[in-house]
Ligand binder design. Structure first.
Ligand code: PMP
Length: 445
C-alpha cells in the first residue's frame, strides 16, 4: 500500500474500545487495517486523518450531490440554526419545500418529511399496507431499502447457481424475527412474467411492490422502460401499491428522478440523500388518497422531523437542483469519465460495460450489462475488488464493494477527471499484473 493509514489504524484501535467495530455504521468498517476515518471534505474531495487526499466517488453513499460543504447550502443551513432546531410544531418552510418537491415530481401530490431513507421507506410501506389492507410486500432481488426488519431480507445469490430454482431467502441481519419472512416476497428485476405469476399466486396478500429502478446498491443494474411500465400495469391490476424508492436516484438522475427518466408515475415514492446535500432529511410522497391515510389512523412522525437546519439545507439544495443545469453537468461528467475508462480498458482488451446513469453508474467487467442481480454473478468482480484498493492508493475513492455505483457531484471538474483517469489507467495495469496469466485470461476472456 502506498498511502500511510497509520492514524486511521490507530484511531480504529482506540475507537474499537467504545464503538463496536470502531464505527457508527457497519458499512463503514472496511477491515481492521483498512477502515478510513475522514478528516474533512470540500467539493468533490475528501481528506482522511492521515492527510491522504481523494477524489470522492462515494459521496457518503450518494447524498453530496453538490459536493462537500457547498457554500450556498451551508449558508442556508447556518440560517437554519438561527431558527432554533425542533419545536414539536411545524414551520412555514415545510410547505415551501413540500411544494418544490411536488412541482419537481408529478407523482408527489402530497409529501411528509422524515430524517433518513429508512424512515421514509418504513412510512411508505405502512401507508401502502393501510391503504390496501394487505400485509406483505415484494422486494426486487439485489434491492436495498434500509435498516428495518421488514426489508432486511435478501435472496442469497452468492451461494446459488442457475438451474437450482430460486435462490434462498435469508435475513440480512441477525435479530430479524424469522416470523416476518412470510411477509416478504422477491422477484428478479426485468422479468414481468415472474412478477405476474407472483401477483397471481399471492396478490391477495401483497400490499406493496417496492422497487428501486436503478439499483443504487446493486451496481446500478436498471429496469427497462418496458419492464417498469409492465410492472406499473400489474400493480394496478392486482390492487398493489407501487412504491418507488428514489432514496438514491431522487433529485440525482433527473429533476423528477427515475420516474422522469423512465416516464412513469409511482403511487408512493421515497427521497433522501440528494435532497439535502448531506443534511439528514427524507420524504415519503405520492398519491393524495394514499398519503391521506395519515388522517385515517396511520402513524407518521418523529421528534426530529423537519429540524430547522436540515429543512433550510433542503430548501436551498432543491432550489439549486431545480433552477440550474447542475444535474445535466453531473451526468455529462459521468458519461465522460466512463468514456475515458472505456478507452483505457479497450486498449487492453478488457471486456467491460457500464450500467445505470452517468450520475451513478456501475462498472462491470463483463461483455454485457446485467439485467438483474442473478446476472451479476457472471461479471468478473474479482478484477474490480483487486483494483479498488489501488485506486484508493492513487487518490480515487470508489467503494471497495463492486455493487456500489460511482457517484458524481456538481463539484467534480476537469482536473478531477484528468486525475481520475490517470489513476485508473495505473490501477488497471497493476491489477492485470497482479492477477497474472490465468486471471488476465478470465478478465479478457
Ligand atoms: N433506500 C435506498 C435505495 C438506499 O440506497 C438507502 C441507503 N443507502 C436507504 C433506502 C436507506 O437510507 P438511510 O441509510 O438514510 O436510512
Amino acid at each position: 500500500m502506498l498511502r500511510s493509514l497509520q492514524r486511521s489504524n490507530a484511531q480504529f484501535r482506540k475507537a474499537s474500545t467504545v464503538l463496536p467495530m470502531g464505527v457508527s455504521s457497519n458499512f463503514r468498517y472496511w477491515g481492521d487495517d483498512m477502515t478510513l476515518y475522514a478528516h474533512h471534505g470540500r467539493g468533490a474531495r475528501l481528506w482522511d486523518i492521515d492527510g491522504n487526499e481523494y477524489i470522492d466517488y462515494r459521496l457518503g453513499y450518494g447524498p453530496n450531490i453538490l459536493g462537500y460543504a457547498d457554500p450556498r447550502v451551508d449558508t442556508a443551513a447556518r440560517q437554519g440554526i438561527e431558527v432554533g432546531g425542533v419545536f414539536g410544531l411545524s414551520t412555514e418552510r415545510e410547505y415551501e419545500v413540500a411544494r418544490r418537491i411536488s412541482d419537481m415530481v408529478p407523482a408527489a401530490e402530497m409529501v411528509r418529511f422524515s430524517n433518513s431513507g429508512t424512515e421514509a421507506v418504513m412510512a411508505a410501506l405502512r401507508l401502502a399496507k393501510a391503504f390496501t389492507g394487505k400485509d406483505s410486500h415484494v422486494i426486487v432481488e439485489g434491492g436495498y431499502h434500509g435498516v428495518f426488519d421488514a426489508v432486511l431480507w435478501y435472496r442469497n445469490i452468492e451461494d446459488w447457481q442457475p438451474g437450482m430454482g430460486d435462490p434462498a431467502i435469508e435475513a440480512d441481519s441477525a435479530g430479524v424475527p424469522q416470523m416476518l419472512r412470510k411477509l416478504t416476497h422477491f422477484t428478479p428485476l426485468n422479468d414481468a412474467n415472474y412478477l405476474e405469476d407472483l401477483f397471481r399466486k399471492h396478490g391477495n396478500d401483497i400490499g406493496a411492490f417496492l422497487i428501486e429502478p436503478i439499483m443504487g446498491n446493486c451496481c446500478s443494474i436498471s429496469a427497462t422502460r418496458e419492464y417498469i411500465h409492465d410492472a406499473r400495469a400489474l400493480c394496478e391490476k392486482h390492487d398493489i401499491i407501487m412504491i418507488v424508492d428514489e432514496v438514491k436516484t431522487g433529485f440525482r438522475v433527473a429533476r423528477g428522478g427515475v420516474q422522469e427518466l423512465l416516464g412513469f408515475k409511482a403511487d408512493l415514492c421515497t427521497f433522501a440523500k440528494a435532497m439535502g446535500n448531506g443534511y439528514p432529511i427524507s420524504a415519503v410522497a405520492g398519491r393524495r388518497d394514499i398519503m391521506m391515510q395519515v388522517s385515517h389512523g396511520v402513524t407518521h412522525g418523529g421528534t426530529y422531523t423537519c429540524h430547522s437546519v436540515s429543512l433550510a439545507a433542503a430548501e436551498k439544495t432543491l432550489e439549486i437542483l431545480d433552477q440550474t443545469p447542475v444535474l445535466a453537468n453531473i451526468r455529462q461528467y459521468g458519461d465522460e469519465m466512463n468514456a475515458g475508462m472505456s478507452r483505457i480498458l479497450k486498449a487492453r482488451n478488457i471486456p467491460h460495460c457500464f450500467a445505470g446513469h452517468g450520475s451513478m453508474s456501475g462498472l462491470f467487467f463483463s461483455n454485457s450489462v446485467p439485467t438483474n442481480y442473478r446476472d451479476w454473478l457472471n461479471s468478473d468482480y474479482t478484477f474490480y475488488d483487486t483494483m479498488a484498493p489501488r485506486l484508493h492508493d492513487y487518490g480515487v475513492l470508489c467503494e471497495p464493494d463492486s455493487r456500489e455505483p460511482w457517484f458524481v457531484c456538481g463539484a467534480h471538474d476537469g482536473a478531477c477527471l484528468q486525475q481520475t483517469l490517470k489513476a485508473f489507467e495505473r490501477a488497471v495495469d497493476e491489477t492485470l499484473q497482479e492477477l497474472g496469466g490465468s486471471r488476465v485470461e478470465q478478465a479478457v476472456g
